[in-house]
Design a protein around this ligand. Structure first.
Ligand code: AMP
Length: 286
C-alpha cells in the first residue's frame, strides 16, 4: 500500500496508471475506519484493479457549532485496516493542500437539501459536494462507493455525478450494523455506556415503523409519531428529525407507497447519530 499526502503525488501516479487502462475503485471517508467502511473497501476490491481510499476530515462539511475538533481520528489504526483490506493507495491530504484558502469556486447543492440532514446542517452538503468534486478529479475513479447509512448523501452524489458528467459509476452499499442493530459509525466511540445501550433503539424504532407499515399503516404522520414515541420512551436523546420521504428524490409523501426512506437523527449529549431504512411498499396493496 502506498500512502500519499499531497495532491500532486497521487495525481501523478494515477495519471500514469490510467495510461495502462487500470480501473480504479474509490472509497472516500473521514477515517476512524470500521466494518461499514470495510464493506465498501471489500466491494471496491472485488470490482476494480486498484482501490483508492481517502481519509480526510473535511472542515467544509462541519458547521461552526459541530464536532469537527472532536471527530474521532485514528490514522495509525486506519493504516493497519487499509492494508488488511488490500487498499493500493491511501490518500491522506492535509487541509491546506487540498483546500485553497482563497477558493474561487464552490459547489452548491440545489435539490434534496430542504429535508433530513440538509435541513438541520445548513451548508453541509455544499461542503461534501465541493470536496468530492476535488477528490473525483484527483483520483479519477471508474467507480465510487458510498454507504446507504448516509442515504441523502448517496442521492446527492448521484446528482453530482450526473449533473457534472463525471464518467463514474456510483455503487451504494447497505448499512452495516452492530449485533443489536446500531448502525456502525465512527461517532459511536463518543457515546457513554448508557448512551450506547440506548442507541440500539434508533434501529429498533425503524423496525417498529416497518412492521407497522407491513401491517397496513400508510399514514406518514402516524408512523413518525410511533418512532418518536419509541425514542422518547427508550432513550434520553434529543430528536433532531424523523422524516418519511420518497427515495431517491427526497420529497414528502402524503401516503406511504413506492420506494421510501424513513430517516432519523438524534443527539446523545454532543454525539449526533443518524439512521434510516429504505423500503419499497407495494402500491397495489393500498
Ligand atoms: P464517513 O467516514 O462517515 O464519511 O463515511 C465514509 C463512507 O462510509 C460513506 O459513504 C458512508 O456512508 C459509509 N459508511 C459509514 N458508516 C457505514 C455503515 N455503517 N455501513 C455502510 N457504510 C457506511
Amino acid at each position: 500500500m502506498k500512502i500519499f499526502t499531497t495532491v500532486q503525488q497521487i495525481q501523478t501516479e494515477i495519471i500514469k496508471l490510467k495510461k495502462y487502462g487500470k480501473t480504479i475503485g474509490f472509497v472516500p471517508t473521514m477515517g476512524s475506519l470500521h466494518d461499514g467502511h470495510q464493506q465498501l473497501l471489500r466491494q471496491a476490491r472485488r470490482e476494480n484493479d486498484l482501490v483508492v481510499l481517502s481519509i480526510f476530515v473535511n472542515p467544509l462539511q462541519f458547521g461552526p457549532k459541530e464536532d469537527f475538533s472532536t471527530y474521532p481520528r485514528n490514522l495509525e489504526r486506519d493504516q493497519i485496516i487499509a492494508k488488511a483490506e488490500k487498499v493500493d493507495y491511501l490518500f491522506v491530504p492535509k487541509v491546506n493542500d487540498i483546500i485553497n484558502k482563497n477558493q474561487t469556486v464552490h459547489v452548491e447543492v440545489d435539490k434534496c437539501i430542504d429535508v433530513l440532514c440538509g435541513k438541520s446542517r445548513q451548508g453541509h452538503f455544499n461542503g461534501v459536494a465541493t470536496i468530492l468534486t476535488m477528490l473525483f478529479n484527483i483520483t479519477m475513479p471508474n467507480r465510487v462507493y458510498f454507504g446507504l447509512k448516509d442515504a441523502q448523501q448517496a442521492a446527492i452524489v448521484k446528482g453530482l455525478i450526473n449533473d457534472f458528467h463525471f464518467p463514474i459509476q456510483l455503487v451504494t452499499v447497505e448499512t452495516v450494523r452492530e449485533a443489536d442493530g446500531l448502525a456502525k459509525s465512527s461517532r459511536n466511540v463518543n457515546l457513554s455506556s448508557k448512551e450506547r445501550l440506548e442507541a440500539q433503539h434508533l434501529y429498533k424504532s425503524l423496525q417498529k415503523a416497518k412492521a407497522s407499515i407491513l401491517n397496513g399503516e400508510h399514514c406518514p404522520e402516524k408512523i413518525i409519531a410511533t418512532i418518536k414515541n419509541h425514542l422518547l420512551n427508550k432513550t434520553a436523546s434529543t430528536i433532531d428529525y424523523v422524516e418519511i420521504l420518497s427515495y431517491p428524490n427526497l420529497k414528502h409523501v402524503k401516503k406511504i407507497a413506492g420506494k421510501i426512506i424513513i430517516g432519523l437523527a438524534v443527539k446523545f449529549s454532543d454525539t449526533r447519530l443518524i439512521d434510516n431504512i429504505i423500503i419499497t411498499v407495494d402500491k397495489e396493496v393500498l
